[in-house]
Each structure stands twice: as structure tokens, then as C-alpha cells.
Design a protein around this ligand. Structure first.
Ligand code: HEC
Length: 114
């Protein structure tokens, strides 16, 4: 239990470190400095379709979250990024860093509907 707690703390602080700074982050995994232009249509929506909407759709909105529309993906982007970073979503296993990085970049670019 204690180990788990420490692990959670570690992951949380990693998330805070990566989300609060654009310049000097201790993390080499997620950095907005490494962002390329991200499109909702060609990058973000397909990530949601492939990994999330089987459980987060209009008929089955786990945790009340339906990730099948742009408005909702934008609304839940930060909590989704958090859940992806800490490995809780998708439940089947943590997505590759590059995939999580796309969501990170899309948020930092203003969550455009592009
Ligand atoms: C196999 C089903 C399933 C898949 C796939 C899935 N989720 Fe979830 N999700 C759930 C369930 C069930 C809950 C509510 C219980 C919980 O939090 O574990 C949840 C809760 C959440 C929450 C709110 C709680 C939290 O952890 O912050 C967010 C945000 C979320 N999911 C985002 C996502 C994203 C983003 C993806 C895709 C990368 C995804 N989920 C994929 C089933 C799923």
C-alpha cells in the first residue's frame, strides 16, 4: 500500500512537472517544446476512436464522459491527458508516449477544431 501511494505521488508530480512548464521540464517524455502541429480530425479523433470511445460514447458514457464529439474531447482533454499519463486510461494499458504527446500538444495549441 505504501509503495503504491509513493508511486502515485511520483506519477502525480511528474504530471504536474510536465503540465506546468513550457521551458525546463525534468521529463524527457512530454514536452510542448517538441510539438508539431496537431489536427483534431487527423490526430486526436482517431486516437479517441481507437482507444477510448468503445467505453466513452453516447450510449455508454463511462464516468459520464462521452468522447465521441469534438466539444466533449475538448472539455475533458485535461482529465483525459492526466488519465493517459498516469496509465489509468485506457484500462488495457498505457498508450505509447508519442500518442499521449499528441494530446499534450493539441491542448497546448489551444484545442483547435481543425
Ligand atoms: C474498457 C473501457 C474503457 C476504455 C477503453 C477507456 N475508458 Fe475511460 N473510463 C472507463 C471507466 C469504467 C471509467 C470510470 C471508472 C474509472 O475511473 O476507472 C473511466 C473513467 C475515465 C475518466 C474519468 C476518471 C479519470 O480517470 O480521470 C477519464 C478522463 C477517462 N476515462 C478517459 C479515457 C480516455 C482518454 C480513454 C482513451 C485513451 C479511455 N478513457 C478509455 C472505461 C474506459
Amino acid at each position: 500500500m505504501k509503495k503504491l501511494h509513493l508511486l502515485f505521488l511520483g506519477i502525480s508530480s511528474l504530471f504536474i512537472a510536465t503540465s506546468c512548464t513550457k521551458t525546463t521540464s525534468a521529463s524527457t517524455t512530454l514536452s510542448t517544446a517538441d510539438c508539431v502541429a496537431i489536427s483534431y480530425k487527423t490526430d486526436i479523433a482517431p486516437i479517441m476512436s481507437a482507444n477510448c470511445i468503445s467505453c466513452h460514447n453516447a450510449n455508454q458514457a463511462s464516468a459520464g464522459i462521452n468522447l465521441s464529439t469534438y466539444a466533449n474531447v475538448a472539455k475533458y482533454a485535461s482529465s483525459s491527458l492526466n488519465a493517459m499519463n498516469n496509465g489509468s486510461m485506457p484500462p488495457a494499458g498505457k498508450l505509447p508516449t508519442g500518442t499521449i504527446q499528441k494530446l499534450n500538444c493539441w491542448i497546448s495549441q489551444g484545442k483547435l477544431n481543425n
